[in-house]
Design a protein around this ligand. Structure first.
Ligand SMILES: [Zn+2]
Length: 433
């Protein structure tokens, strides 16, 4: 239950601003993207706490005020953020949330709020309730797409190295937290997921990476974090959509610190055609951006081949110019640490972080033993973009009915281990679909 509000505290502490460290140190690591100043809770404005965490409030620095909406700091000044801040100041966090979720239509907003209020709603249902304006469809299939396989393996390898002695991970442009999820057991304290889209961050915290710290910010502005706050920083499948690449590269290196690593996965290659190109760079230009942190570039197709073959993932040598030039997408790893550059054995699926379930790309025939599972891509567009998934996802597979009936489960029966390796069975968040 909300425990305090602006009207009550206004008289008690007229213009008091105190440093509040309530959400596992999140306020401590936040910095204004414009003046660089610390953020403090504006006690004289409307604010609410729930279970010791700030849910709705106003943060102030030397130059600006920013809102916290539904527990998510909104560290930019786009029109929706300004409107949401005004709604918080007016004591209407419900209307502030509607602005940040971009729910302008009354009926859509009511439908979303009803779905979100249900404890049994799934990720898929909430994405549907956000309406056709929300680009969320393909993210349901993220955990088995080839881009994700490479990103996850690289992140698990490099973050395990640079966060070994403790330290925090940051997933920049992390969307609804699929890759953030892979940092949960490596990052201490919990990883931060940063994205411009508030709804995605909300989904990340509720479903995909529960316990992560979401921060809403603009990848084209300085990152709203203190220098050297992280030991590992990743940006996956998004760097080519950023216009101010010089700035983002510098910012990722600034917050990563001297003993950390910066990783960019699935950066589109300007030398190759891509259906959703964005504003890609050629390999050498990506290398130049991260030059001060000794970057090495890898061709995504080569890394995927290593993963499909069962490993190891070989990060000991940068790939050659011919392989880089010919590939659609690149992985850039920048770190001053020598121990990052080595081959990594792949992790075996064992105990689920969430629960093992059948990949939502598969239809399970209701009758018959063994059970027949068929691969069904959601659209031709999906198949065109992620067709390399056929390298490991079989068209059809027969599985003992009892093994399928035992799902969802936290442990894999021996009959399902090889299917988990091939991503027919996935370790999914609870209430995912
Ligand atoms: Zn400021």
């Amino acid at each position: 239950m909300p425990s305090s509000s602006g009207s009550a505290s206004r008289s008690a502490s007229a213009s008091k601003r105190e440093h509040t460290d309530v959400r596992d140190g999140t306020l401590d690591l936040l910095r204004c993207p414009y003046c660089g100043g610390r953020l403090e809770l504006v006690e004289s404005s409307f604010h609410e706490r729930e279970d010791g965490e700030i849910t709705n409030a106003i943060l102030g620095c030397h130059c600006c005020v920013f809102p916290i909406v539904a527990g998510i700091p909104v560290m930019h000044l786009d029109p929706a953020a300004v409107a949401a801040r005004e709604q918080i100041e007016a004591g209407r966090p419900d209307l502030a949330a509607r602005r940040m979720f971009a729910l302008d239509d009354e009926q859509q907003a009511a439908r979303f709020e009803e779905t979100a209020a249900s404890a049994t709603a799934t990720y898929r249902e909430v994405v549907d309730a956000l309406g056709p304006g929300f680009e969320g469809g393909y993210f349901l299939y993220r955990f088995s797409d080839p881009t994700y396989l490479v990103a996850e393996a690289v992140v698990r390898a490099v973050a395990a190295t640079t966060l070994r002695g403790g330290g925090r991970g940051l997933d920049v442009c992390g969307g609804s937290g699929h890759l953030t999820r892979s940092l949960m057991d490596l990052s201490s304290p919990a990883p931060v997921v940063a994205d411009f889209y508030f709804a995605k961050l909300w989904l990340a915290r509720r479903f995909t990476a529960p316990g992560c710290e979401p921060v809403c910010c603009d990848g084209n502005a300085p990152l709203p974090f203190k220098t050297h706050a992280f030991g590992f920083v990743v940006c996956s499948d998004a760097f080519h959509y950023i216009w101010t690449k010089r700035l983002l590269a510098s910012e990722m290196m600034r917050v990563a610190g001297d003993t950390g690593a910066v990783v960019v996965t699935h950066a589109h290659n300007a030398l190759q055609w891509n259906p959703s190109a964005g504003m890609p760079l050629p390999p050498g230009a990506y290398r130049d951006l991260f030059d001060e942190m000794t970057p090495r570039l890898f061709a995504e197709r080569t890394l995927l081949g290593e993963i499909v073959a069962g490993g190891p993932l070989d990060l000991s040598q940068a790939h050659g110019t011919a392989a880089l030039d010919a590939d659609l997408a690149l992985t850039i790893i920048a770190s001053r640490r020598a121990d990052v550059w080595r081959p990594y054995p792949l992790e075996e699926p064992s105990e689920a972080r969430g629960e093992f379930r059948v990949n939502p790309l598969y239809d399970v025939e209701p009758d018959g033993d063994p059970a027949r599972l068929r691969l069904r891509f959601p659209s031709e567009d999906y198949e065109e973009e992620y067709g390399a998934a056929r390298l490991y996802l079989p068209e059809e597979v027969l599985v003992e009915r009892a093994a399928i009936d035992a799902l969802p489960s936290v442990r894999l029966s021996s009959g399902l281990t090889s299917l988990a390796r091939r991503r027919v069975v996935l370790d999914l968040p609870k209430r995912y679909y």
